[in-house]
Structure formats: structure tokens, C-alpha cells
Design a protein around this ligand. Structure first.
Ligand code: AMP
Ligand code: MN
Ligand code: MN
Ligand code: MN
Length: 311
């Protein structure tokens, strides 16, 4: 073999080895791409959340607070010295055919003006909704909920989760489940209908911010097959590219169903605990089922794995 073809052969092997190594690292890292801090309705400060994720063995964590990006800078600054990769994210509230859908944005530019403007609009709607919710709860005998929920949110965005916490703390209901089942869930006594972003808007803001749009906890929406297929087609046509196949709220059966949809619609598969607090009411960070082998992970092609290796 002459020296030229030997060089070619070495070069080829080097590429295969590099690609293989990168694939291996990508497959073996622990990804958790859906979590909340107290910038929205989680209870941990962004820094505490990142430290907890690190201690749970998470290598790549997305902070995806509802409709705000406020926790990302603190989370990122905490993640760097720990060698954990922090993926800037968001979970956007969307109204679609009289349902509330959550769309996750991953790897977004947190300074993007279209995204920031869109989220500011949603936060203004939240303020109106908070007042309305307080009024409706008062009508059914639950007093001081507006003040209580605002207090629990510590001046940040107010979610139904804060109302549920207040109602449990004050003994109005036994647990979160009862708070949503009796008062806060869609169509229940104190439910306030709100027009969130349209699906096209939410996906558009995420793409404008250079991110990837992912459908959060798809099995929670309880759509029939026909409607869900229509939803997926519109999501895909709007530029959405991912679906949470693994979510703490999915059963093994639902994981397989969503993996099937991911394949059918050529959507990338995401995984997320949807962690909110360390009480056991929600799943723990990084503790999730394994992605079915035929799924294409959303992190395929991400540079993060390389950075973790260097850290
Ligand atoms: P919001 O975005 O303010 O309307 O609140 C939605 C949040 O409430 C979700 O992100 C969950 O954290 C929480 N939530 C919704 N339904 C339930 C439920 N049935 N049990 C417990 N928490 C719930
Ligand atoms: Mn939440
Ligand atoms: Mn959600
Ligand atoms: Mn969530």
C-alpha cells in the first residue's frame, strides 16, 4: 500500500472514530430537558435546581419555566463550574381548539426580541387571570387566595400551582390533586378561560430565537386519534420538530404510543422529568425511563456532549 492510500485510510478511520465517540457520549449522558425553578411554579431557586440536578447525575439540564426566561442566567452561571450543560429553555402556554397545550423551546436565545415580546404578552394575561381566579375562588368560599398565591410566587409569575399550594396550606383541600379536580382544572368551579399564544405564534417565537420547538407531555391532552393527528400535522407545518416521548406523566404504554407518533411524523424525541419540587409530588430530576431505541433523540447533533467531555 502506498503512503497516499495509507494516509486516506487513516483519515477515514479518524472520522469514523470521532463520529462513533461523539455518538457514544451523546447516548450515555443523562439528559433532563424539562424542569421548573421558582422563576415560575417550581420551588427551588434556579441555582439550587442546577445543584440538585448535578447531584442526581444529570449532565444536560434544560430549565423550561412557564412563559418566563428569568431563571436562566442564574442557572447557567451555577452550571458552568459544575461542568453541567444548561440548555436555555421555556415552556410556552398555548391555546389550541379550546385546550391548553404546552410547547417547550430548547436552546433558545434568551435575548431574542420576538420571543421576549411574546412572553411579556403572556405574563400580562397571567396577571389578569390571577385577579379573576382570586375572585372566582372567593365566590366559592375560598378567601384570600389572590394575596396568598401572589405571596407564594414571591413577586414572580403566578401560576395555578401557587393557588393550589395556598389552598393546601390553608386546609381548603387535602392535596394538589383535589385542588385541580374541584377548583382549578379546566371547566371546574374557579377555572378561568384565557387565550394564550396560538400554536403558530409559540413555535414561531421559538424558531425566531434559534430554538427547537417540542410538544410537552403529549399524552396529557386527551385528544382522540383524529384530533391528535391534526394537531401534529399543524405543529409540524408550523416548524415544530420535537415531541416529549419520555415525560414523568407518561405510562410505559404512552411512551410507546408517542414513540410511534415521533416516527410517523419524523419528530425528534425529547425526555423530561417536569420537575417542580423535591416533595415527591413530582418526578425527581434525571429519573426517567429510557428512550425507545428507534427514537431519534432531540440532542442528536447538539454540541453539548463535546463541551461536557472537555469540562
Ligand atoms: P398555569 O400555567 O398557571 O395554568 O398552571 C399550570 C400548572 O399547574 C402546570 O404546569 C402544573 O404544574 C400544574 N398542574 C396542572 N394540572 C395539575 C394537576 N392535576 N395536579 C397538579 N398540578 C397540576
Ligand atoms: Mn407547572
Ligand atoms: Mn406543562
Ligand atoms: Mn412543565
Amino acid at each position: 500500500m502506498n503512503s497516499e492510500s495509507l494516509k486516506m485510510l487513516r483519515w477515514r478511520y479518524a472520522i469514523i472514530l470521532r463520529f462513533g465517540l461523539r455518538l457514544y457520549i451523546n447516548m450515555t449522558l443523562c439528559y433532563d430537558l424539562h424542569s421548573h425553578s421558582n422563576a415560575s411554579d417550581g420551588v427551588l431557586e434556579p441555582a439550587e435546581l442546577v445543584k440538585r440536578a448535578h447531584s442526581m447525575g444529570v449532565n444536560v439540564l434544560a430549565l423550561t419555566d412557564h412563559d418566563v426566561l428569568d431563571g436562566i442566567e442564574e442557572a447557567r452561571n451555577t452550571a458552568i463550574p459544575l461542568g453541567l450543560v444548561l440548555v436555555p429553555g421555556v415552556e410556552i402556554s398555548v391555546s389550541w381548539r379550546r385546550r391548553v397545550i404546552h410547547v417547550i423551546g430548547l436552546n433558545i436565545d434568551v435575548e431574542n426580541s420576538a420571543l421576549l415580546q411574546g412572553l411579556t404578552g403572556l405574563c400580562e394575561k397571567r396577571q389578569w387571570r390571577t385577579i379573576e381566579l382570586g375572585k372566582r375562588l372567593e365566590k366559592v368560599g375560598i378567601m384570600g387566595a389572590h394575596k396568598g398565591a401572589v405571596g407564594l410566587s414571591k413577586g414572580r409569575i403566578v401560576s395555578r400551582t401557587h393557588f393550589a399550594r395556598y389552598m393546601v396550606d390553608q386546609g381548603y383541600v387535602r392535596d394538589f390533586k383535589a385542588a385541580f379536580k374541584r377548583y382549578l382544572g379546566q371547566g371546574k368551579k374557579a377555572y378561568v378561560d384565557c387565550e394564550w399564544a396560538t400554536l403558530e405564534e409559540a413555535v414561531g417565537w421559538i424558531i425566531d430565537a434559534g430554538g427547537q420547538a417540542v410538544i410537552a407531555h403529549p399524552a396529557r391532552y386527551k385528544m382522540g386519534r383524529g384530533l391528535f393527528n391534526e394537531f401534529l400535522s399543524i405543529f409540524k407545518a408550523s416548524g415544530g420538530c420535537g415531541i416529549e416521548v419520555i415525560s414523568s406523566s407518561h405510562s410505559q404504554q404512552e411512551i410507546m404510543t408517542m414513540a410511534g407518533y415521533a416516527q410517523q411524523y419524523e419528530l425528534l424525541a425529547s425526555v423530561g422529568s417536569d420537575f417542580h419540587e423535591p416533595t415527591g409530588r413530582w418526578a425527581e430530576l434525571g429519573r426517567m425511563a429510557v428512550l425507545p431505541s428507534h427514537c431519534v433523540p432531540i440532542w442528536q447533533g447538539w454540541e453539548q456532549a463535546q463541551r461536557v467531555r472537555r469540562a
